[in-house]
Each structure stands twice: as structure tokens, then as C-alpha cells.
Design a protein around this ligand. Structure first.
Ligand code: FAD
Length: 298
């Protein structure tokens, strides 16, 4: 463990112990993690990962936390925070973004540079790394549609590899990259009129504001079942407004669970499980989470 503590003074990494997970949770948690590593460079990342593997310490990769429910119990492992690994540039005709670059920074860059392709992704919170792995998308456009290559770290081989787009399978909120760690990705784009790009982004943001609730949430909690919409099913079954402790199903969109400032993850999880049970009993549908779980639950 002393090997890990030595990262306290290491260039390219931020380190702390007994890290309160409320710092990275978007909906509240009482949990903490044994170690926290904030990754500032690829070299730093590689050093951290080889130390964690060598020491046999379990770890969890984190982006901006907008799709993850962190448990309330103590996680005897390390959080590897990729959201600090920034970088965005146009190189050789593609847009190259580091894993920690936010989608909003990417869309802003495209608006300012007159690059088209990403407009429909405006307003999706989160990091490039998580959004490539989860193939984030909206309004008929998914990030995977634009991927040219992805640089990943392969845990079981302990090495990096650059995968071409034909080597990666993207599907609805999923990809074959699960289990890998994304370090950076390159995306295709087309040149367009700046004003046109800005206008489309404005329309998308206005539509999101109209459809989705404001407040602390993880976005859509459940994936849409084949040929149906999770939000519609939950609305029909009367879940809007259902609450437990400091969390409640949004009145505006039944697939969003909102949390108050001092909410805990166990209430969020209990509400999810209650909804899943009832939907299964009343509709015979097995809802699958779009969100991920991390850390340890009580
Ligand atoms: C209000 C709101 C609206 C939303 N709307 C949409 C929407 O319209 N469309 C949509 O698709 N999603 C939407 N989401 C969900 C969320 O924005 C996306 O899932 C986004 O990709 C999450 O990015 P993140 O960095 O916050 O992920 P995190 O929660 O940090 O991580 C998500 C998962 O990815 C893993 N991960 C993180 N970084 C990496 C990496 N570098 N390499 C490998 N794995 C990694 C984590 O371990 C975790 O399992 C919404 C969320 C909110 C809160």
C-alpha cells in the first residue's frame, strides 16, 4: 500500500485517501473510497494502473459521474478519476478528444469552429470516455456514429491499443469497449456554417429543456425496452411523483429520478428496485438499468 501512498507527490496524478464519494456522486451518497487517483496525464494513468494491479487493489474508473450510482458503504478500493484528463484538437482531419473532455466542451468547440456532426449531442452531460463506451446519444445521433478510432487501455493485457472504428461494435447505449479504459478518441466531422451549427445546437438545447427535468439526476434510469419507451410505461403505471426519502420520480419525465442535496444512494436504489418489481408484476417487462452501479452498497 505504501507504493500507492507514494502517489501523493507524483506529477500527473492527484491522490487522496478515505475519499468521500459525495465529491463525485451526482445524486448523493454516504460512501467513501480507500483511495482516489485523479488522472492528469496518460503517463500518470499507466503508472497508477500498474501499481493498482501489482498491489491487487480493486478499482473503479470514473468520468463525470452523471451515469453512476455510488453506493453508501465503504469501498475498499480505488477511484480512478478520468475527468481531469483534458485535451481537444483537430489533427489529420479528425477531432481528437481526451477521455476527460466533457461533451459540452466538445460541442462548444464545434460551434466555435463550425464543425458539424455533434449538434444533437448538445446538452448531454458527461465525459468523452464514458460516452464513447456507453454510446451516448440523443435525437437519432449517437457518439459511436462519429468514432474514427479509440485509444484504450486493456486491463488483462496491461497495455494500450488504438482500435479502428471497424474494430468496435456500437449498439443502443452500449459498445464492445466495456471492460476497457478509454484514454482518447477521434471523431469525424464535416465543415459547416458556424451560424447553422449554433442554431441547431440552440434548438436541441431548447428541446431538451422542454422534455427533461432540471435538478440532480442520472438522466434516464432505465433503457427503453424493445419497441417501447421506459418513461411512457412508468408514466402509465403512475410512478410520477413517487418518492422515497430524499429521492423522487420526476413529475416531468417518469424515467428520471431526482434527488435532493442530502439524499443517499440506498434510497435511490430502493426506488429503482421497487419500480422494477412493479413493472415486472404489472406489465411482465424486465426493465434494465441505463445507469451503472459503483462502489459498495449497504
Ligand atoms: C440530466 C441528464 C441527461 C442525460 N441525457 C442523456 C442523453 O440524452 N443521452 C445519453 O446517452 N445519456 C444521457 N445521460 C447520461 C450521461 O450523460 C451519459 O451516460 C454520459 O456518457 C455519462 O458520462 P460520465 O462521464 O458522467 O459517466 P460516468 O458516470 O462517470 O461513468 C459511466 C460509466 O462509464 C465508465 N467510464 C467512465 N469513464 C470511462 C473511461 N474513460 N473509459 C472506460 N469507462 C469509463 C464508468 O466506470 C461507468 O461505468 C444524461 C444524464 C443526465 C444527468
Amino acid at each position: 500500500m505504501e507504493v500507492l501512498r507514494a502517489f501523493a507527490g507524483e506529477h500527473g496524478v492527484r491522490f487522496s485517501e478515505n475519499f468521500p464519494l459525495s465529491r463525485i456522486s451526482r445524486v448523493g451518497t454516504k460512501g467513501a473510497a480507500l483511495f482516489y487517483f485523479g488522472i492528469l496525464s496518460e503517463e500518470g494513468f499507466l503508472k497508477v494502473m500498474s501499481a493498482l494491479v501489482r498491489e491487487g487493489v480493486p478499482y473503479r474508473i470514473s468520468g463525470c459521474g452523471f451515469n453512476t450510482l455510488w453506493g453508501d458503504a465503504f469501498f475498499r478500493g480505488a477511484v480512478v478519476d478520468m475527468s481531469l484528463l483534458k485535451g481537444l484538437s483537430v489533427k489529420d482531419g479528425v477531432l481528437v478528444a481526451s477521455a476527460g473532455c466533457s461533451l459540452s466542451a466538445l460541442v462548444r468547440f464545434c460551434v466555435d469552429s463550425g464543425l458539424s456532426g455533434f449538434e444533437e449531442l448538445a446538452g448531454i452531460p458527461g465525459s468523452v470516455g464514458a460516452s464513447v463506451v456507453g454510446n451516448a446519444g440523443a435525437f437519432g445521433r449517437a457518439l459511436g456514429d462519429l468514432v474514427e478510432w479509440v485509444k484504450v487501455w486493456i486491463p488483462h493485457e496491461g497495455r494500450c491499443s488504438v482500435l479502428k472504428r471497424e474494430e468496435v461494435a456500437f449498439s443502443y447505449r452500449d459498445s464492445s469497449l466495456r471492460g476497457f479504459v478509454v484514454l482518447s478518441a477521434a471523431f469525424s466531422f464535416s465543415f459547416s456554417d458556424k451560424q447553422k451549427v449554433r442554431q441547431r445546437v440552440k434548438e436541441v438545447l431548447a428541446e431538451r429543456k422542454r422534455r427533461f427535468p432540471a435538478g440532480r439526476s442520472l438522466g434516464s434510469v432505465f433503457k427503453n425496452p424493445e419497441g417501447d419507451f421506459a418513461g411512457k410505461i412508468l408514466d402509465e403505471l403512475g410512478f410520477k411523483g413517487l418518492s422515497l426519502g430524499k429521492v423522487r420520480v420526476s413529475e416531468k419525465h417518469a424515467n428520471f429520478i431526482l434527488s435532493e442535496k442530502d439524499a443517499v444512494a440506498s434510497d435511490y436504489l430502493s426506488l429503482i428496485n421497487k419500480i422494477k418489481r412493479e413493472v415486472s408484476l404489472r406489465r411482465g417487462i424486465h426493465l434494465e438499468e441505463e445507469i451503472d452501479y459503483a462502489g459498495a452498497f449497504v
